[in-house]
Design a protein around this ligand. Structure first.
Ligand code: SAH
Length: 368
């Protein structure tokens, strides 16, 4: 006689057990990444010509020798996560074969985290610092509480901090600076890709307003690539007041739900996903009022994720849906194609087209 206990295949028990441990401790992957970035490990490897042993990393980062064995374990997690690549050099002596002589090299991820001297022009350290702040990470410990909450808290941010994300940045200068710097870092990288792979979307435009444009990284990149486009950045007063002046880009402080300066084209990068669907429709209606309808370039260009669209692999999909859960904390969302379509058509636009998909983000063109 067999009990149902016996019927559960040992293979699926083993698989479940392994997966459970892997997933339970996945947050340690992200903490290992943050720790490595803050310790300057990518920079240390870079300064050693892109290949370093544990001893090299200890020397370059100035960490105590007593942490060498522990650092080896951190590096092993980073290697398993793809943050660094590890290869074994044949030992040159018996003594070395005991201490191990793994060589760590940079991967596409850690190449983006080489801060300081020799940093890549696409240094994303600021993104890591802003999005992985302990107060932000800690907010997710309240996720279960928020799901159970029936008192109408608008979002997890509201429930934990008692205000909207943008009121938080207004009242916390350190957070404001961290987020603005993170946006510049992300925008520098994304605009390099967009202008190279889908730059045609800006052709024929005479003027453009980057709505929620932060410190103007996108507008500066666009005006550099297309000097004939007159670029304006609109953002909240506490963001604009910290923005560096620029000779070709004009900065305007204001609330996009009140007024958007008129232009041929409106540009929205990383903005629509910060708001509820209802606010997205409101925002798009505001954009529609601002567009010069008779101009050839009259359109909205949106840079954001379109979940599940275009060439997808598991890594892209995982990054998109994790990012969506992150944005949910402030009542924002990453959208699927049919959700974008619904929001855009509801705002009174006639055409919506995904022009290009470039990893995490797509370029969306919306016509009046
Ligand atoms: N486009 C930038 C910044 C995205 S973050 C980038 O991709 O890097 C969203 C931006 O929208 C922030 O800079 C925030 O200050 C701005 N924002 C939020 N609410 C706003 C409002 N009501 N009016 C104008 N800007 C707003």
């Amino acid at each position: 006689m067999s009990s149902s206990r016996d019927e559960i295949k040992t293979t699926s028990l083993i698989q479940g057990h392994v997966e459970l441990f892997r997933l339970m401790f996945s947050h340690l992957k992200s903490q290992a990444l943050r720790c490595a970035g803050n310790l300057g490990i990518p920079g240390a490897i870079h300064r050693r010509g892109g290949a370093a042993t544990i001893s090299d990393i200890i020397t370059e980062t100035g960490l105590p020798q007593s942490k060498l064995q522990h650092l080896r374990r951190l590096m092993r997690v980073l290697a398993v996560s793809g943050v660094v690549a590890a290869s074994n050099q044949p030992p040159s002596s018996a003594a070395e074969s005991c201490t191990g002589d793994t060589i760590y090299t940079l991967t596409p991820v850690s190449s983006l985290l080489v801060g300081g001297e020799g940093a890549s022009p696409f240094d994303m350290s600021a993104l890591l610092r802003a999005l992985m702040r302990p107060t932000t990470t800690a907010m997710f410990f309240h996720l279960e509480e928020w799901f159970r909450d029936d008192t109408g808290a608008e979002s997890l941010v509201h429930m934990v901090h008692g205000s909207s994300p943008w009121t938080l940045t207004k009242n916390d200068t350190t957070l404001n600076t961290a987020l603005n710097d993170a946006c510049v870092a992300d925008t520098n990288l994304v605009m390099q890709v967009v202008l190279t792979e889908a730059g045609d979307v800006f052709r024929g435009i005479g003027s453009l307003v980057d709505v929620g444009g932060g410190h103007g990284a996108a507008a500066i990149a666009i005006s550099r690539a297309f000097p004939q486009v007159k670029c304006t950045v609109l953002d909240l007063p506490h963001v604009i007041s910290q923005a560096p002046e620029h000779s070709t880009v004009q900065f305007v402080a204001g609330d996009m739900f009140d007024f958007i300066p008129p232009a041929d084209a409106i540009f929205l990068k990383g903005v629509m996903d910060s708001f509820s669907d209802e606010d997205c429709v409101k925002l798009l209606r505001q954009c529609k009022k601002a567009i010069h309808r008779d101009s050839a370039g009259g359109k909205i260009i949106i840079i954001n994720s379109v979940i599940g669209f275009g060439p997808q692999d598991d890594v892209v999909r995982e990054a998109q849906v994790l990012f969506d859960l992150y944005m949910m904390c402030g009542n924002g969302a990453e959208q699927e194609e049919h959700e974008w379509k619904r929001i855009i058509l509801e705002a009174g636009f006639s055409e919506f087209k995904v022009v290009a998909t470039l990893g995490l983000v797509s370029v969306i063109e919306v016509l009046p």
